[in-house]
Structures are given as structure tokens and as C-alpha cells.
Design a protein around this ligand. Structure first.
Ligand code: NAD
Length: 367
């Protein structure tokens, strides 16, 4: 039986509440004998600032670098609004992304049949939806230099952001997307703006080359990013994996995610480069923030965090069957009519964070 080291960083607000339910699911995995997951817990975000004066301590960073995967809850809250920019809670998250070199952001958009009526689209468009957006996370226009606002004569100013991509950055994100597609329906859409952007031309060229050289068994379509945005609301089920740059990915992943309903349901993974043994740095976290408005009330939806842990099992611990069982247990509990307040529905029973976590574990251990 393989042993994995998982670092838990619950963070602020509802982070510790939802992470408590992840702990329950970790215990279930250990009870199955499929793997031994050893957890350690540390601080990140505002709570780390309160304890150490920085959003993540060096000791916590060492644990993160040594772990097989990191699970994060959420960071931030009004309590730390006045904290200096470099020490604000989000700095902990940014440091993790930077030091672990997490260049690939994976955001699945899955529509559970029981929640299909909660989507802003008609049921037949989203029922059974299962797409994965792969966003390049460490390059492109958010990081390119120059990035500045300069003074011009006559009181004018000029703002400059620079969109830059090198071949290797496109190659490695394309590889992640094609590898994922092989585990799914073997279909990749690569979204760019090659009609108006040089980075789009290179993006297109490199993705095509990687496909031709190594992934003949996967179907590749190129799509303009604006058309992709339109197709996502017109006929989202035509997609399997969408790979795109940092800027377009930021928008397309939010758009795709909201096809399926509440923020409390959305998991994510951020991955770095795999070494020769297949081990890669990875951070798993719900898409939502620390939800200060409901923190401490025991009503937060833990499903985004539990589904993030299922992604961890799938992509870091190679326990796809256990991940499938967790996803199945979530679908089953929703099918039984259990809802947290954020996804409350007429005719369903509204439960708290803990009861939802317990119900998912009960569905994993059928009597
Ligand atoms: P948020 O995601 O925390 O909350 C937005 C709304 O969704 C709130 O009404 C909240 O109650 C609800 N919500 C979020 N998660 C939920 C869940 N699991 N169950 C039920 N309801 C849920 O976003 P915000 O209010 O804009 O930000 C609050 C704080 O979180 C800020 O300090 C922000 O900087 C931080 N934040 C952190 C992250 C992160 O840690 N990755 C992401 C986004 C925001």
C-alpha cells in the first residue's frame, strides 16, 4: 500500500469548516486500504498573518514543498483589509502557486443531474455536462513586461500590459490538456485569438505540433476564444477538454463553472511539472473564497472542497476509482434531496456543513 503526504491548509473563514469534512473523506480513503494518506496541518492567509506576521510561514512552505499534494480551504476576510499588500492573506496563496511552479489550472464544470434545474441554462443543455478547462496560470498578459502606466504630455496617460508566451510554456500546458483528454473523451479544443494576436499564432502552431508529434489518438479542434465563450452557453456539451491561455482561461473557466450552479460546488486543481517518477507539485482548492458572511455558522457547502480532494486522489495519488466513488457519493446525496443553504431547493432538505459531509461518507460506505 502506497503512502502519501497531504498538507492541509484550512485558512480563514469557512476554510476550516469545509476542510473538516475533507478530513472525514481522507479517513474513509485510509479505511479502505487503497492508500495511506498522512496529513499535516498548517496555517495560511489571515490566520498565518496573525500567528507569524506573514501569510505563509517558511515552515509551512517547506511542508508544502515536501508534500505529495496540498489541500487549501480559503484565505482572506475583512479582518485583514488593512494589512500591508505583501502580507495580505492572498499573498500566501500566490507564494504557494509561485514556489510550487503551478502552471496548469484545472477547473472542471460538472452538472449533477439533481442540480440541472438550478442552472441558468435549460436542463437539456446542461444535464450530464462534464467539461474540463485547462488554463495556463503563470504566463501571458498577467505577468508579461512591460506592465505599467506612463505619463504622456497634456495630462494623458498610457497603460501597457504585455501578452508574452514562449514555446515551452505552450508545450507544457498542451501536454497537460492532451494527457487529461486521454483519460476522458479524447477531445481537446484549443482556444486562442490567432486572428488578431501574435501569441495566438504561436499558441496555435505549438499546440498543433505537440498534437501531431505525440497525441494522434486525441481529436484536436482549434477555436477562437470569443466563439468558445459563445459556444459554452449555446451547446456546452460539445466540449470535453478546453485548453487556453491565462487571460481567456480566467474568463472561460468562470463562465463554464457557472453553467452548473453554485460557487459552493466548484473544485479546482493547480499542477506543476511532473518529474521522471510522475510526481508533480499540486494544490487543490475550492473555487470559492472564505465567505465571511456565513463563516462560523456551520452552513457552508463542503462539496467544492470534497470534490477538490477527489481531484487530488485522481491527479496526485492516481486513485481514480476512489475519486469516482466520491463523485458518485456526491451525486447520490444530491439525488436523495439533501442540500446546503446555497443550493436549497423546494422539496429538498436543507442541512449544515457537517451533515452534508457525514451523508457523503455514509454514501461511500453503503450499509
Ligand atoms: P466568496 O467566494 O467568499 O463568497 C461569495 C458568496 O458565495 C458569499 O455570499 C458566500 O457566502 C457564498 N459562498 C462561497 N462559498 C460558499 C460555500 N462553500 N457554501 C455556501 N456559500 C458559499 O467571495 P467573496 O465574498 O468575494 O470574498 C470573501 C473573501 O474571500 C475575500 O477576502 C476574498 O479576497 C477571499 N477570496 C479568497 C479566495 C481563495 O482563497 N482562493 C477566492 C476568492 C475570494
Amino acid at each position: 500500500m502506497k503512502t502519501y503526504k497531504l498538507l492541509l491548509l484550512p485558512g480563514d473563514g469557512i476554510g476550516p469548516e469545509v476542510m473538516g469534512e475533507v478530513g472525514r473523506v481522507v479517513a474513509w480513503v485510509n479505511s479502505t486500504g487503497l492508500a495511506a494518506i498522512e496529513t499535516e496541518t498548517d496555517l495560511v492567509g489571515g490566520c498565518a498573518y496573525d500567528a507569524h506576521g506573514e501569510a505563509i510561514s517558511e515552515a509551512a512552505m517547506r511542508l508544502a514543498l515536501a508534500a505529495d499534494a496540498v489541500m487549501l480551504g480559503a484565505v482572506g476576510g475583512p479582518k485583514w483589509d488593512g494589512v500591508a499588500y505583501d502580507q495580505r492573506p492572498e499573498a500566501g496563496l500566490l507564494r504557494l502557486r509561485k514556489d510550487l511552479e503551478l502552471f496548469a489550472n484545472l477547473r472542471p464544470a460538472i452538472c449533477y443531474p439533481a442540480l440541472a434545474d438550478a442552472s441558468s441554462l435549460k436542463r437539456d443543455r446542461v444535464d450530464g455536462l462534464d467539461i474540463m478547462i485547462v488554463r495556463e496560470l503563470t504566463g501571458g498578459v498577467y505577468f508579461g513586461k512591460p506592465k505599467e502606466i506612463i505619463e504622456l504630455p497634456a495630462g494623458q496617460k498610457r497603460a501597457i500590459d504585455t501578452q508574452v508566451y514562449d514555446t515551452y510554456e505552450i508545450e507544457r500546458i498542451a501536454t497537460v490538456a492532451f494527457d487529461l483528454a486521454r483519460e476522458r473523451r479524447r477531445l481537446v479544443h484549443s482556444a486562442d485569438k490567432r486572428n488578431v494576436m501574435k501569441t495566438g499564432v504561436l499558441w496555435n502552431e505549438v499546440v498543433s505540433r505537440v498534437h501531431k508529434e505525440r497525441y494522434g489518438d486525441v481529436t484536436l479542434h482549434h477555436i477562437l476564444a470569443d466563439n468558445c465563450a459563445m459556444q459554452l452557453v449555446r451547446a456546452p456539451k460539445q466540449f470535453d477538454v478546453i485548453v487556453t491561455d491565462n487571460l481567456f482561461g480566467d474568463m472561460l473557466s468562470d463562465e463554464a463553472a457557472m453553467l452548473t450552479g453554485s460557487l459552493g460546488m466548484l473544485p479546482s486543481a493547480s499542477l506543476g511539472a511532473a518529474d521522471a517518477t510522475g510526481r508533480r507539485p499540486a494544490l487543490y482548492e475550492p473555487v470559492h473564497g472564505s465567505a465571511p458572511d456565513i463563516a462560523g455558522k456551520g452552513i457552508a457547502n463542503p462539496i467544492a472542497s470534497i470534490a477538490s480532494f477527489a481531484m487530488c486522489l485522481r491527479y496526485s495519488f492516481y486513485l481514480g476509482d476512489a475519486a469516482d466513488r466520491i463523485d458518485g457519493a456526491i451525486a447520490s446525496v444530491l439525488g436523495q434531496g439533501l442540500r446546503t443553504a446555497d443550493i436549497a431547493q423546494d422539496g429538498c432538505r436543507t442541512v449544515g456543513t457537517r451533515e452534508m459531509g457525514e451523508a457523503i461518507v455514509a454514501a461511500l460506505n453503503p450499509a
